[in-house]
Design a protein around this ligand. Sequence first.
Ligand code: GUN
Length: 294
Amino acid sequence: MNYTLVDGKATAATIKAEIKQEVEEIVARGGKRPHLAAILVGHDGGSETYVKNKVLACEACGFESTLLRFEDDITEDELLACVTQLNENPDIDGFIVQLPLPRHINEQRVIEAIDYRKDVDGFHPINVGRMAIGLPCFISATPLGILTLLKRYNVPTRGKKCVILGRSNIVGKPMAQLMMQKQWGDSTVTVCHSRSETLVEECRKADILIAAIGQPGFVTADMVKEGAAVIDVGTTRVPDPTRKSGFRLSGDVRFDEVAPRCSFITPVPGGVGPMTICMLMLNTLSAAKKEFYK
Ligand code: GUN
């Protein structure tokens, strides 16, 4: 099959340009530039890269950004105090706490301390709950990025069978909710995970297969139906001595053998990853415009 490569990098660049244009119009009318803050704890390589790219995306969109860095030994109370300050700072429209956090900090407690009106990651239970019943809210960036790609590439989803691999709070669960909903995917949804006994059979029936399990090369050609749309959310760092960085990013899908069976497929890198950051920008713009919560 002649597949279409879903170019997340180019789509994200287009959307960031649209955001930048809207921001300049807001500023020209005397409005305030959207302002995103990010809290980064410790020195995890992946988190450092993500946060750096988020700051760069803010620049591309004409946003203000503030990076708040802390060492691994920050206490939970100190981190919660920082969250409270950001909640109360009227200049900050939205903020994120980059995950994962060190083990001595209760991640859920930190997420729940964020004012849901500034929770541009969409991780607060109020946003998760509102998303689940189809109310206006911040939708977490990776699922929103995938839905945007499906829409912009006119991938048929209504009434189709969508199989999601993975049940994380950040991707698998919200993805399943949204693909099921009438106003989003309107699909028939199956979620498979590490305990699923019929995982391969389910995958083979999927019109849309979304892989978000973080296991490099997990999805092989025999798991994919001819003509399926395959979305690869995996971004595992695997050692690669030929690279200057010493690693490369590996998706959950064996691209070379799977792509020829597909109607659409996302590459890694350059597929879902750039869209995730772009959707965070869109959520920050919504926060600045007070679109969901007055
Ligand atoms: N860690 C991995 N993905 C994300 C994300 O989307 N937001 C935050 N805050 N942390 C993450």
